[in-house]
Design a protein around this ligand. Structure first.
Ligand SMILES: NC(=O)c1ccc[n+]([C@@H]2O[C@H](COP(=O)([O-])OP(=O)(O)OC[C@H]3O[C@@H](n4cnc5c(N)ncnc54)[C@H](O)[C@@H]3O)[C@@H](O)[C@H]2O)c1
Length: 308
């Protein structure tokens, strides 16, 4: 596989998963536009890629506004002459339960993840269509967007919305040869560092030790570097026919997520009345309710976090 001659933008790529994606794309030969809000980490990311023999430049600006999207795409064209790959990865969390979530908590997360993905993809797809050589749009979702999660109203909305947009873009961009896919990652980063359940995995990662098999295999939880190859694959010619998919990856595990679809249909001539629903709902469609949230298996004793 090679991405030689390709140009990629990776948002939020100063650290964490975005940095791993940028490194892998550069290793495969793509020139990369690094983006972050933090100037020092963005500069460090560029230096790291250059030290490894790759090409990179940085745009320090917050993803969300259209101006940033334009700046990112203009930088790709002005610096490297083209654009082939966009990875929308920038993200923040403002977790709290619904009844404590402020307007600002909601708007901040929606602005970076959902609006940032929309504005960046709109700008990139517009310019890719003009360029006329196809392209790759890779948007980052989350298990929370797929299943819901306690304390993450804002994040669930944003991440579910991203996958919804991807399904639409796969339809709209097909004729232009531009694929649009969502990646649903799980990895040890600053974002997962505070979750007690992952303590033993984070500790192993911090010490440069391999993560226990329980995390890598059973949970599909590994390092940021474990997620990056899927990004490179989706960016390559090998994945030219893969579009409109939500693909999960973490540790040793690769998964294809289903899209929502009706699981049971029932019919009532003339339409459903409240009385008919009360009588028929349990047997007509209520027999197999869909579950919500992610169920984690109990941690083995030796992987329990230290008691506070
Ligand atoms: N770590 C996981 O297990 C996991 C799971 C599911 C989804 N994700 C998603 O993967 C992406 C990366 O997460 P991560 O774990 O590497 O987190 P991280 O916090 O380590 O990295 C996020 C990066 O985005 C940058 N950023 C924040 N707001 C920005 C903005 N407005 N514009 C540009 N950059 C901005 C941050 O400075 C940081 O460098 C996020 O979209 C996250 O929601 C992560």
């Amino acid at each position: 596989m090679t991405l030689a001659g390709n140009v990629a933008i990776v948002t939020g790529s100063g650290r964490g998963l975005g940095l791993a994606y940028a490194h892998e794309l550069a290793r495969q030969g793509a020139a990369v536009v690094i983006n972050d809000v933090d100037e020092a980490t963005a500069a460090e990311a560029v230096a790291g890629i250059e030290a490894a023999g790759g090409r990179a430049t940085a745009v320090v600006a917050p993803v969300g506004p259209t101006e940033t999207a334009k700046l990112l795409v203009d930088t790709a064209f002005d610096t490297y002459g083209r654009l082939d790959i966009l990875v929308t990865n920038a993200g923040v969390l403002r977790d709290t339960v619904l009844w404590k979530m402020s307007d600002d908590d909601f708007d901040t997360v929606i602005n970076v993840h959902l609006r940032g993905t929309f504005t960046c993809v709109r700008e990139a797809a517009t310019r890719m269509r003009e360029q006329g050589e196809g392209g790759r749009i890779i948007c980052i979702g989350s298990p929370t967007g797929q299943r819901g999660n306690f304390g993450q109203t804002n994040y669930a909305a944003a991440k579910a919305g991203i996958v919804g947009m991807v399904r639409t873009w796969a339809l709209e961009l097909k004729r232009a040869g531009i694929t649009a896919n969502a990646v649903i990652p799980v990895a040890a980063t600053a974002m997962t560092a505070t979750v007690p359940y992952f303590h033993a995995a984070m500790e192993a990662d911090a010490q440069g030790d391999p993560m226990p098999d329980f995390f890598r295999h059973t949970l599909g939880f590994g390092t940021a570097a474990d997620v990056a190859p899927l990004i490179a694959y989706l960016a390559s010619d090998a994945a030219a026919e893969v579009t409109g998919q939500a693909i999960g990856v973490g540790g040793d595990r690769l998964q294809l997520w289903s899209h929502p679809e009706p699981v049971v249909s029932a019919y009532q001539a003339g339409g459903w009345t409240p009385e008919a629903l009360a009588a028929e709902f349990p047997t007509a469609v209520g027999g197999a309710p869909q579950s919500v949230g992610e169920q984690f298996p109990p941690l083995p004793d030796e992987l329990q976090p230290p008691q506070a």
